[in-house]
Design a protein around this ligand. Sequence first.
Ligand code: SG4
Ligand code: ZN
Length: 251
Amino acid sequence: TGNQWGYGEEDGPSSWYKDYPIAEGARQSPINIAPEEAVYDHGLPPISLHYDNCTSTNISNNGHSVVVEFDDVDDRSVIQGGPLENAYRLKQFHFHWGGKGCHGSEHTVAGKTYTSELHLVHWNAAKYSSFAEAAVAPDGLAVLGVFLEIGDERGGLNKITDSLYMVKFKGTVTDFRDFNPNCLLPSSLKYWTYPGSLTTPPLYESVTWIVLTEPICVSEKQVGGWVYGWVYGYLLSDVLIYLLPKLINYN
Ligand code: SG4
Ligand code: ZN
């Protein structure tokens, strides 16, 4: 078994511990962030992001999410500062979202769920020799989380939504060059941070989470496009039931 996880009633997060016992570990993500209980640390520097225009390579559908990958052979796109000892290289970003009327963020803030959540995944290339090695180390990964909520259109997201039809099916991949994720960031880089894990199996407790307090706005149409324009027509094909599990409710 081992790789048959999903988000349905039988195979959802509450059953992941059977194949992945670390699901009951001490630093599992996501969490509810309680701003009232968060402690302001004057010793923590701001985070700084240095993203190069030219390091994105492709966009793909891995059956759980839409992923944009980056060339990570050098330090052209990195996150540093905040709780991080050194620069961490950008490897990929992906989104989590729900179906119509659902709330798809993984982290919640004082119990509030956002429409969607963007995760920019970075690895500690100063200390480890590969992403795989970093992914199992306690200080191996840094994921920058950004909440998405409904409001004005976000121009930067259109390049992604325009490409989704190319990756309708699980396992499909297409070129995606010159995309700078700066266009998906809010104006403030204020953040919450805590030591956590990957939010999906294998749930390794290797992630320093940096969650931005300010969400970005995307239009209903941009997210609705994901749910209806792109996915709805393909609901019965293999993939998207996995990709957008909550849509099953609207079948
Ligand atoms: C999603 O399933 C992504 O598609 C995965 O990316 C990602 O795995 C996984 O979430 C867990 O990442 O930031 N949410 S998370 O903790 O980044 C990894 C791929 O499989 C290892 C490429
Ligand atoms: Zn994620």
